[in-house]
Design a protein around this ligand. Structure first.
Ligand code: URA
Length: 205
């Protein structure tokens, strides 16, 4: 692979990404999950990595976390087809767990820094083609991939950070809302995600 990408179109880059071996995640994932939406989008939304459903369907945010995001986007007046939705890491990272009944479940694992850095190649290509006015980073992995800063997002969410490649607004990852054990905290995080999406809609209007 060359040091500098020279794809003529986003579609060409998407096709090349299907053959990516920049880190080892391709060995077990079903496919590369490239971004989707409008190539003219003013807003790009970046998650962590595809989950089980995304890996099988080859589309970002189509599983349970995607449902939470879709509901908040609808309430914020952000139609999916007008946004570019993608992930910091484009292959599903998981471990396989055998269930009590002998079935198999694929359990999400967090990508590590070298994997995020390796996949930054593709995120940078998406940014260059889409040229969004604003990028919304969902969760710590996307925040790190887009800003290079390693601090968690608890104190950073709801704010816009300026980077060499543009403005980045930080928010919770929708999976966090699914994982929080306490109902009150989950409701608060859901409301904050909605606030951040509304702010994003305002900033790109
Ligand atoms: N979580 C993500 O970060 N991205 C997806 O596409 C799905 C779940």
């Amino acid at each position: 692979m060359p040091d500098q990408p020279d794809y003529a179109t986003l579609e060409e880059a998407a096709e090349a990404a299907q053959h990516c071996t920049r880190c080892d995640l391709y060995c077990h994932a079903t496919q590369t999950v490239w971004g989707e939406g409008s190539p003219d989008a003013r807003l790009m939304i970046v998650g962590e990595q595809p989950g089980d459903q995304e890996d099988l369907q080859g589309r970002p945010f189509v599983g349970p976390a995607g449902d939470i995001l879709a509901e908040a986007m609808e309430r914020a007046g952000l139609p999916r087809e007008k946004v570019w939705m993608t992930n910091a890491v484009k292959h599903f990272k998981f471990t396989v767990k055998t269930t009590a009944r002998g079935g198999k479940r694929r359990l999400h694992q967090n990508p590590d820094r070298p994997e995020i850095d390796a996949c930054h190649w593709w995120l940078g290509i998406e940014q260059r083609f889409i040229q969004p006015k604003l990028t919304l980073a969902l969760g710590g992995t996307a925040a790190y991939a887009l800003t290079g800063r390693k601090e968690g997002i608890t104190k950073r969410r709801g704010k816009v950070e300026e980077t060499e490649t543009g403005s980045v607004l930080l928010s919770w990852h929708p999976s966090y809302i699914l994982r929080v054990p306490n109902r009150g905290a989950a409701d608060r995080a859901r409301a904050q995600l909605l606030d951040d999406l509304k702010l994003a809609a305002e900033l790109v209007a």
